[in-house]
Every structure is written in structure tokens, then in C-alpha cells.
Ligand binder design. Structure first.
Ligand code: FCB
Length: 494
């Protein structure tokens, strides 16, 4: 079985050779590399260095475009022990010595649970039209099942009402990785039953909030749970078990499908999956690299896209896993029909491309951000959006995450100068705009993240927010990028 190695690469792997191969000319190597693999990217569309340059202006987005920002419950809420919240796998993981940088936990985070009203005002001041947040399963079902915790539901009701009062559309993710620890103790996502528990939880949430939330996302980045949680072990639950990992993938997909069914039966609104997609390019023009990139693409993208949008798992991935794998043995009759229940939209999260070498490994071509797994390559945004529309048809798309961490500091004059974030977002928005111009039905874009927050195993060292959080005081300060984004929203473009 080939195992994706993306986040295993050390900083050293961003070698001078990668830069040397490009001759320092942005786009050159990529143009050569892109598109030779079937199912990867199309070379005809991006052959020019200029495509990564900042636009000269005049890029208007469609009328009513949903300018937004995103967060997730465990990363911002804090209040880990309040109002009846139960424990999640991330409480357990982050409190285990050595698991997170500096031993950081989400116990307090950005204290959003207490400061949500102030945060809502910030969103209004930015002019946000859409806010993507997640609901904490252990706040609603502290033990993973049974009677819901009304105080947990009330918090989200207040949040959603506050959004409406400020003219901001709520977009709620049902699961952003904080599985109730009680369900982990019962087998976690390796247990098929947990997929059914997820549908029960979803139904409770739909009944409580369905009248006020127009757009639902089921599971945030199932691939990250599979890879970070079960292949490499640097996310909760911290396992390194490839066989379990892909059974988990199937159960996450099943959980998605069951939740879609629950919404159709009990609620209203639109629903879809939230997938982090990575354009996979062959690292050179050999047939071996093309073949390896194609399989890599299967593990990174098609496993999740095909099952939801085509009703089948990619044959090359299944063959690579093997008929005896726990995943293949775990697929039951009717599962794919459940997983492929029609969805209303697809949420795409784009951070980085992947360059696949002939031996199935990876290499880097572009500078990374402070997150060493993230190569900065705006054209990847165009490639992945156009590819999804080309391969899966005109399903409405939303970008639910895009951003980078920058080394932000609060200056003595009270400002935070994150110009790196402005250029990153400008280039990625320009790429998204090109995709719209090419016919991609993109309806909204959410910056990751509204606020600096708990970046999982990286703790609080990485700052991904438009808004700076001074953790000792919990003071919020709009970064320069937040002021810039407010203008983009007001102008409906850049
Ligand atoms: C995504 C996660 C999000 C955040 C960003 C940086 O993979 O969905 O919670 O960690 O990466």
C-alpha cells in the first residue's frame, strides 16, 4: 500500500534543488510538471509564470458572493469544562505530554465561548456575509449518545441568532475532529456504529437549529483524520495504523452519507462535505511519476470525491489497498448508495499542492509558509476548482478554508502588520476569480481563520487569523489583512 507522506516531510526536504530546478522562475517547473498524469492537472490551462502574479485590479466577483471566514469549535471556544460539555479526543490528546507544542491545549483557546458577542461584532465590522463555524459534538452529547445537553444547544442558538441579527449567513460544520471521548472509548471511527451515532447527533442538531442554519457541512476534512489521526499519529487519537486508517476513511464517508439522509428526513437547508483537496502533480515528466501522481491523487482526492459524487471508490486505490484490507472488507452492500446521497454543494479547502516523484514519494517546488507542509502555490487553487467542476459537474462550490500562518506580532502602536497574508489571499482570490471566469460555480470564499487559534499539534505558535488574539488578555486586534479584507468585501472584489 502506498501511504501519503505529505506531512512527514521535514523542512530540509524543501531543498535548494527544488528551487534550482525551477530556475527561480515561478511557474516554470510546474508548467512542465502539471498535467502529464491522467486525472491530475491540465497543462494547457496554466503554462505561464504570470498566473501567480498579483492582479492589477478590476477583479469583480459575482453579485452576492459570500465573503466569509472560518473557525472550528475546539480551536477557538475554550470553556472546556463548562455548561455540561463532555470530553473529546482532542482534550485527551492535547493533555497527553509531548503531543502538542508547548503542551498547549484548547482549554481556554480564544475564549470564544464567553466572547462570542464581541466576535460577532468583529465579523459585522469586517462586513462578513458568511461565517463558517463548527458545532462541538461533546457539548451537545457529552457522553456521545443519549439525551442532548440543552445548554450546549443554547450556545449555538445564541451564536446563530447573533449572526442573523448582523446579517451574516451561518454555515455550520457538524464535525471538526472533536469526537466525544466516550465514542473513542467505544472504538472511535474504526467502529461502524460511530457513523450511526454521528447521524443521531446530526439529527438532534438539525432539529434544534435547522430553522436558522441555511448551510450545513458534514465532516471537516475526513482525510486529515485518516492521515494525521491514524497514519502518522500526530493528531488525535494519535494512532499509526494504516490498516485502521482506511477503515476509518470508509466509516467517515458513511457517517457523511447518513447525516445527509438525516437532514433530508428531519431538517431543512443545504448540505455537503468539506474536503481538503490537493492538486497532485508529477514531479518530473517520466511515465513513472505520472503513474505515481495518479495513485497519489486517488488517496488524496478521489477516495473522498468519487465516493460522494460518483457512488464508487476509485478502483486504483481499492486495488492498492488490497481485497483483504480492513477497508475493503468493511464495505457493505448499500454503503456507497448511502455515501453518495445527493448533496447540495461541495466545500473545498485548499492549502497546498503535492509533487509526486517516480518512486511514489513527494518533493517540494515552492517556498513553504510557517506550516512546513504548506507550499505556497496560488495556481493550485485554480487547478483544483476547475478540476472538480470538469470531473464532477457543475455542483455549487464554496471555498471553506484558505490561508496561511504568518509570524505576527503586536506592535507598540497597536497594529499587526501581516502583509504576507494579504499577498497570499490576494493571489489565491485572483486564482479563484479566474476559476469563476472559466465557469466554476463558486459561490463563497472563507478565509482560514477569523481568529488566531489553537492550531492542533502546533498549539498557539502558528497564527492563522485575520484577527490577532493577545492570549494573555484575550484582546482582539484587527490585523492589516483584516482591514484589507474589509475593503475587498465592500468592493466585492480586488
Ligand atoms: C485545516 C483544518 C483547520 C486548520 C487549518 C490550518 O486542515 O481544517 O482546522 O487547522 O488546516
Amino acid at each position: 500500500m502506498s501511504i501519503p507522506t505529505r506531512r512527514l516531510l521535514g523542512r530540509a526536504a524543501l531543498s535548494a534543488t527544488a528551487a534550482a530546478r525551477t530556475g527561480g522562475r515561478p511557474g516554470a517547473a510546474t508548467a512542465a510538471a502539471a498535467g502529464t498524469a491522467d486525472g491530475c492537472e491540465d497543462p494547457a490551462e496554466d503554462t505561464d509564470a504570470e498566473t501567480t502574479a498579483a492582479p492589477a485590479g478590476g477583479l469583480r466577483f459575482p453579485l452576492g458572493f459570500g465573503w466569509g471566514a472560518a473557525t472550528s469549535a475546539y480551536q477557538i471556544e475554550g470553556a472546556a469544562k463548562e455548561d455540561g460539555r463532555g470530553e473529546s479526543v482532542w482534550d485527551t490528546f492535547s493533555r497527553t505530554p509531548g503531543r502538542t507544542r508547548n503542551g498547549d491545549t484548547g482549554d481556554v483557546a480564544a475564549d470564544h465561548y464567553h466572547r462570542y458577542a464581541e466576535d460577532l461584532d468583529l465579523m459585522r465590522d469586517l462586513g462578513l456575509r458568511s461565517y463558517r463555524f463548527s458545532i462541538s459534538w461533546p457539548r451537545i452529547l457529552p457522553d456521545g449518545a443519549g439525551a442532548p445537553n440543552q445548554r450546549g444547544l443554547d450556545f449555538y442558538r445564541r451564536l446563530v441568532d447573533g449572526l442573523h441579527e448582523r446579517g451574516i449567513a451561518p454555515m455550520a460544520t457538524l464535525f471538526h475532529w472533536d469526537l466525544p471521548q466516550a465514542l473513542q472509548d467505544a472504538g472511535g471511527w474504526e467502529s461502524r456504529d460511530v457513523a450511526h451515532r454521528f447521524a443521531d447527533y446530526a439529527e438532534i442538531v438539525f432539529r434544534a437549529l435547522g430553522d436558522r442554519v441555511p448551510t450545513w457541512l458534514t465532516i471537516n476534512e475526513p482525510k486529515t483524520v485518516v492521515q494525521n489521526g491514524y497514519l502518522w499519529g500526530h493528531h488525535a487519537p494519535g494512532r499509526q495504523d494504516p490498516a485502521a486508517a482506511y477503515l476509518v476513511a470508509h466509516h467517515l464517508q458513511l457517517a457523511h452519507g447518513l447525516a445527509v439522509g438525516a437532514l433530508r428526513a428531519t431538517g431543512a437547508g443545504r448540505i455537503g462535505p468539506a474536503l481538503n483537496l490537493h492538486p497532485c502533480y508529477p514531479a518530473d515528466d517520466s511515465a513513472e511519476a505520472a503513474r505515481a501522481a495518479r495513485l497519489y491523487d486517488g488517496y488524496e482526492n478521489r477516495l473522498y470525491l468519487d465516493s460522494v459524487l460518483k457512488g464508487s471508490y476509485p478502483q486504483d486505490v481499492l486495488a492498492d489497498l488490497g481485497a483483504d484490507s480492513r477497508m475493503v472488507r468493511g464495505i457493505r452492500d448499500g454503503d456507497l448508495a448511502t455515501i453518495s446521497a445527493p448533496v447540495d454543494l461541495l466545500a473545498v479547502q485548499y492549502y497546498t499542492p503535492i509533487y509526486v516523484t517516480a518512486d511514489g514519494g513527494t518533493t517540494r517546488r515552492w517556498p513553504t509558509s510557517e506550516a512546513d507542509w504548506q507550499q505556497i502555490y496560488p495556481d493550485g487553487m485554480y487547478d483544483i476548482l476547475t478540476r472538480v467542476t470538469r470531473d464532477y459537474g457543475p455542483i455549487p462550490l464554496t471555498v471553506t478554508e484558505n490561508g496561511l500562518p504568518t509570524p505576527d506580532t503586536l506592535a507598540a502602536d497597536g497594529t499587526v502588520d501581516d502583509t504576507g497574508r494579504i499577498s497570499f489571499l490576494r493571489d489565491h482570490l485572483a486564482a479563484a476569480h479566474r476559476a469563476v471566469t472559466a465557469g466554476v460555480p463558486l459561490e463563497s470564499f472563507h478565509v482560514w481563520s477569523l481568529l488566531d487559534n489553537f492550531e492542533w499539534a502546533e498549539g498557539y505558535d502558528q497564527r492563522w487569523g485575520l484577527v490577532y488574539v493577545d492570549y494573555p488578555t484575550q484582546r482582539r486586534v484587527l490585523k492589516r489583512s483584516a482591514h484589507w479584507y474589509r475593503t475587498v468585501i465592500a468592493d466585492n472584489g480586488l
